[in-house]
Design a protein around this ligand. Structure first.
Ligand code: SF4
Ligand code: SF4
Ligand code: FES
Length: 363
């Protein structure tokens, strides 16, 4: 293999008066991001193929009459690009006013989803007039969808298709799609049914990428009226061995929701249904707090740890003595840290003399 031949070609362009380098395949937006330029976007999600729908990311390129979408335009050698001029800012503001003329609800609770404030923040930033172009509206709310996790309020939809694209490109699920065009555009689940009747895995990625709160986290929104600030705490999902990074949302020390960390190295904004929505166990009133032993009356009784461990050890010994060492098989939990997984295999190998040890994360 010729390494030199395969290495990406580097070019130079001018960005806001500065000579900057780019590599082959980069868009103007990629280069501008690296240079810490503030270019507004709505249909852009760095994890997805660029789509070019909202046109908010427009920039001026010398020699091209109209502004171009920076997220879909490849950087070229000797290009001269301006990312922030009076004309561009006016253009962006007008685009925002067109978008918001359709958007009925700009005050969105941040519990809705990770990106749910993007549109409302831009409206404030550009001081956009939301009533300027009011008229016909597209999208019909589907708030009656009976699924327990995802609010589908398409009154707030701006047809950026981030939800459809994340479902297809990241989750590989294709559970939602676009029906019709123009003012009749509508995001639908398969055959226009409830999400429960589609192939949706309830990973929540569409909720977290939606920039308007049209898709919302129903479970987190239960805490909408609760007093207190939302606090985010970065941690690792405890459900399996992948190690997805999450932000736990709390209000007054109570867990009210979970959002995936977009910069999590193992998950890059993705989660499964358990990591995303199954957090009630943490504060559940029936959560086990002490070990329990099933005694001769057939009922489970709370006990102390020493007694529980002696009881379990006696059980293992009885099985080994009665049925032989190969009657015992250990499956370590994917929720356990490395040290515990190591101890588990040592326990099975050293105590029983077998290699019958596995880990649930392997399946
Ligand atoms: S529901 Fe949200 S993510 Fe999907 S197209 Fe509408 S605004 Fe975009
Ligand atoms: S929750 Fe996941 S699988 Fe279901 S529609 Fe959204 S992105 Fe697709
Ligand atoms: S962000 Fe580039 S067109 Fe929407």
């Amino acid at each position: 293999m010729n390494a030199l031949k395969d290495s990406p070609k580097v070019g130079t362009m001018t960005l806001d008066g500065m000579a900057v380098e780019f590599t082959e395949g980069e868009t103007i937006y990629d280069v501008a991001q690296r240079q810490k330029k503030q270019i507004p976007t709505l249909c852009y999600d760095p994890r997805l193929e660029a789509f070019g729908a909202c046109r908010l990311c427009v920039v001026e390129v010398e020699g091209i009459r109209n502004p171009v979408a920076s997220c879909t335009t490849q950087a070229q050698p000797d290009m001269v690009v301006r990312t922030r001029t009076e004309a561009l800012e006016k253009h962006r503001k007008t685009l925002l006013e067109l978008v918001t003329s359709e958007n009925r609800q700009l005050s969105v609770d941040p519990l809705s989803g990770f990106a749910s404030q993007e549109l409302s923040n831009l409206v404030v930033q550009y001081d956009a007039a939301t009533g300027r172009f009011q008229g016909k509206q597209s999208g019909t709310s589907n708030k009656d969808d009976q699924n327990p996790f995802i609010l589908r309020d398409y009154d707030n939809c701006i047809s950026c298709y981030r939800c459809v694209r994340v479902c297809a490109e990241q989750e590989g699920d294709y559970a939602i799609n676009v029906k019709n065009r123009g003012f009749h555009t509508q995001i639908i689940a398969e055959f226009d049914n409830d999400l429960r009747d589609s192939s949706c895995t309830f990973c929540g990625q569409c909720v977290q990428t939606c920039p308007t709160g049209a898709l919302g986290d129903k479970k987190a929104l239960r805490a909408e009226a609760k007093p207190g600030e939302i606090t985010k705490t970065r941690t690792i999902c405890p459900y399996c061995g992948v190690g997805c990074s999450v932000d736990i949302l709390t209000k007054n020390e109570e867990i009210v929701g979970v959002q995936p960390a977009m910069d999590g190295p193992a998950n890059e904004g993705a989660l499964c249904i358990k990591g995303q929505f199954a957090f009630d166990f943490v504060q559940h009133e029936e959560r086990l707090k002490k070990p329990m032993i099933r005694r001769e009356d057939g009922e489970l009784h709370e006990c102390e740890w020493d007694e529980a461990l002696d009881f379990a050890a006696a059980g293992f010994r009885r099985v080994r003595d009665t049925h032989g060492r190969q009657s015992i098989y250990g499956v370590a939990s994917g929720r356990a840290p490395h040290e515990a997984a190591y101890t588990m295999q040592k326990f099975i190998r050293a105590s029983f003399g077998t290699n019958y040890i596995d880990n649930c994360s392997r399946s």
